[in-house]
Structure formats: structure tokens, C-alpha cells
Design a protein around this ligand. Structure first.
Ligand SMILES: Nc1ncnc2c1ncn2[C@@H]1O[C@H](COP(=O)(O)OP(=O)(O)OP(=O)(O)O)[C@@H](O)[C@H]1O
Ligand SMILES: [Mg+2]
Length: 215
């Protein structure tokens, strides 16, 4: 299967959440996890390389999909990833590019971290429209990222109503937490696990329900 973390807004937590999700999955499923860093900044890959210095075994491999490469000019290789029992996680850049089209069309799930700031709301709606234009087959999973517990977001209800027409909103937010600012690719600390457990279990339930499987 293919799970892609994407949206067209930079800095919403795609890489943080994809690292945390990949780490979390290794604790809850026997399936093999493969990560593909499809962002020219290579944040996930660079972190994973840097973490070689930690004396902890790696949990998964991370492959960079380079600028010049045409990873899916052969669409069959994309279908192979999609049809595989492995969990293939893609982390995309915050700027959209045509090279992402096939991936966005054929992912099983697109996880879209979003915030309620005016700019984030606009970008999230643009991204949701783009997926519609592409006729993406992926199930859209919206997740509140960097959510501030003590704040009343005035546009929350309106935004939730709008995006819930196009996908699933994970009810448990990922709160803004200092412990998520320093995350490595080889383990989740107790605190980090606590911060992501509820929303991630909801995502996993959603995947199981949609694909009629048990991860
Ligand atoms: N839940 C959180 N609580 C606190 N800080 C967070 C949280 N999630 C992400 N951050 C911080 O927000 C910043 C942006 O996060 P991240 O790099 O994961 O976003 P991104 O969407 O991958 O960005 P880009 O579009 O540049 O790839 C980072 O400094 C990260 O540490
Ligand atoms: Mg990123």
C-alpha cells in the first residue's frame, strides 16, 4: 500500500508526522515499512542518515527520489508499491509539482496535516481541489497538526464541515508539543508516543476499515 503525507502548505508537520508514523507503525505491525523521501530538501532522509550515529538499529530504509529521476515514468513500479503488502510511506515537499501527479492519483491514502490559520486553511482547500482535479483515487485523511489545546479556533467548525465532504477528519488532533520538535527515525520516546498514539490509532483503524485488512 502507499500512504503519502502531502499538502501544498510548507511547515505543517508532514515530515514530523511521517517520521512519527513510520516509527509508530514498526511498533504495532509486523509489516515491512519503506520510506520514500520525495522532497528536494531531503529532510526525512538527512535525519535518517544523521541518526546512523545513534547506536540504535534502524527501523526501516529511506530512499530519496531525486529531482532528475522519473520514478514513475514506468507506472508499473508505482502499482507494484501500491499492490505490495509492505507499507510504503512517501513524504512530499510543501510545494506542489507535476512530478507528484501519479503518486497523488494512485496512493491508497493521502494524509493531509492542516492548521486553522487563514493561510493554512486556504492552502488546504486548494490542495483538496487539486486532488479532485487529478481525480485522485486516494482516500483523503485530514489531521489537525500543531493544534493548540487552549485556543478556540473561530473557523474550526466551518473548515471541518467543508473538508469532511472530501475525506475523513481524524478526531484526535496532534497537539503542539515540544517533544515533537526533536524526533529521530529510530525510536519514539514515551512522551512522543503518548502525543501521537490516539490520532495514529485512528488512522490505522481507518486504513483497516477501508482496505478490509488488519495492519
Ligand atoms: N506537533 C508539533 N508540535 C510542535 N512542533 C511541531 C509539531 N509538528 C511539527 N512541528 C515543528 O514544525 C516545523 C515544521 O514541521 P515539519 O518540517 O514536519 O513540516 P513539513 O510540513 O514537513 O515542512 P516542509 O513543507 O518544509 O516539508 C518543525 O520545526 C517541526 O519541529
Ligand atoms: Mg517536510
Amino acid at each position: 500500500m502507499i500512504i503519502t503525507f502531502a499538502t501544498q502548505k510548507g511547515g505543517t508537520g508532514k515530515t514530523t508526522l511521517s517520521i512519527a508514523f513510520a516509527n509508530y507503525l514498526t511498533e504495532v505491525t509486523e509489516r515491512q515499512i519503506n520510506v520514500f523521501d520525495f522532497d528536494y530538501q531531503k529532510s526525512f532522509y538527512n535525519k535518517w542518515k544523521e541518526d546512523e550515529l545513534l547506536e540504535i538499529p534502524k527501523l526501516y530504509d529511506v530512499e530519496v527520489i531525486g529531482e532528475e529521476e522519473q520514478p514513475f515514468s514506468d507506472i508499473e513500479s508505482l502499482f507494484e508499491l501500491r499492490d505490495s503488502e509492505d507499507i510504503n510511506i512517501f513524504d512530499l515537499a510543501g510545494t506542489l509539482d507535476e512530478k507528484y501527479s501519479d503518486l497523488l492519483i494512485y496512493s491508497d491514502f493521502i494524509i493531509i496535516p492542516f492548521e486553522y490559520s487563514d493561510v493554512s486553511v486556504k492552502s488546504t482547500l486548494v490542495f483538496k481541489n487539486l486532488l479532485g482535479l487529478l481525480e485522485s483515487q486516494a482516500e483523503r485523511i485530514f489531521i489537525r497538526s500543531k493544534y493548540d489545546k487552549g485556543y478556540k479556533y473561530l473557523n474550526q467548525q466551518e473548515m471541518d464541515e467543508e473538508i469532511s465532504k472530501y475525506g475523513v477528519i481524524i478526531q484526535n488532533p496532534v497537539y503542539k508539543r515540544n517533544c515533537l520538535q526533536t524526533i529521530d527515525t529510530r525510536k519514539l520516546t514515551y512522551e512522543q508516543k503518548y502525543a501521537v498514539k490516539k490520532p495514529f490509532n485512528e488512522i490505522i483503524d481507518q486504513i483497516n476499515e477501508t482496505l478490509q485488512i488488519t495492519l
